[in-house]
Ligand binder design. Sequence first.
Ligand code: AMP
Ligand code: MG
Length: 409
Amino acid sequence: MLLATVEQALQRILERSYKLEAEEIELAEAAGRTLAEDIAADIPIPPFTNSAVDGYAVLSADTRHATSQQPVVLKILEEVSAGSLPTQTVRSGYATRVLTGAPLPAGADAMVMQEDTERAAGIVRILATATAGQHIRFAGEDVSAGEVVLTRGTVLRPYEIGMLATLGGSVFKAVRRPRLALFSTGDEVIEPLRGVVPPTGKIRNSNLPVLEALTLESGSQIHTAKHLPDDLFQIEAALLECCGGVDAADVIVAAGGVSVGDRDFVKPALERIGKMELWKIAMKPGKPLAFGSIGKTLFLGLPGNPVSVMVTWELFVRPLVCDLMGRNDYRRLEAEVVLQQDIMHRPGRREYIRAHISQGESDLTAEVTGNQGSGNVRSMLHANALLVIPEDAGALKAGSRVKALLIQN
Ligand code: AMP
Ligand code: MG
């Protein structure tokens, strides 16, 4: 069987993707969600012209000759703090004390910041010339009323949430979070409990916590998170349990049991109760990846080695989940980087080497993050990039330029 390339595999997976429906949500649940409607401004932002500084509202013409040696003296009309309103018009010879965020009084065309003034009883000395418009935030300078500021498909980061709140978007439509059923597998795998040393032959379960964290980070929700023994019937039962019904999982992600071992039962289970559409990809780590479906639920069986789980999630699960949410920003930034050490590679499969990229004098440089065995979780620590070593490449020397996917959010 000819192995699929990474691109072919991704294309097959995305062909089976669809758009999840929208639901109404509140601002407090907005982080990481995808907007499912356009949001227009109901008012201009800022809603009224106001001061950007603590200082004095003046007529700029009055301050034309002001210097610290020869200050211009103005009479203070009143004080306006944020949240209150001015009552008087500023005329020549007068100033109003205005605090940051308070409305600019009528008549004034500039703010003089406090640092450029001296105050005495009932008067203020202006020590510097003010230009018209300075330190003023004009109504609508950020957003005009009626303008569409946020469009459907936008991912809501804290920054977009700030804009939504500014626009009064307390309730709005967002794409439903994908429901992911997560399974780790293996008779050798035990729950990671602090202070409990695994007996010889057993290892702690790292894949399930990783899958849970990746799920939440992706903006998805955890439908199920469970460890399964290497038992065909228990695996089948667990997979079937999260498919079908109104609250079925949208995607199952299982780790382990998809290779050719006698006790790899995840792939056989998929073949028996669902449909397998793709198996084995010409990549390292992560060759034996199984993709298919069980009923309406899409299924991704990732190879069980901890680094394979992380890399295949990055390359296949993340794009799928983004697409389900209507996001098209799954593509990572790519950069050309300069290797700081030699890399072994035999032509055949494309390899994803974990590396730490930093800014060199004129180039980005890549330090490989230690032993690259697909069981070595440590190689992912401090990794902010995957170096893409082409299928046909041989060993690469230090100083070579390679492509890197920047995986840090
Ligand atoms: P498998 O794909 O099931 O053959 O597993 C490949 C390798 O990954 C084996 O060495 C497993 O022991 C290891 N492995 C599988 N599942 C886990 C897990 N949940 N946590 C840590 N290591 C695992
Ligand atoms: Mg296994």
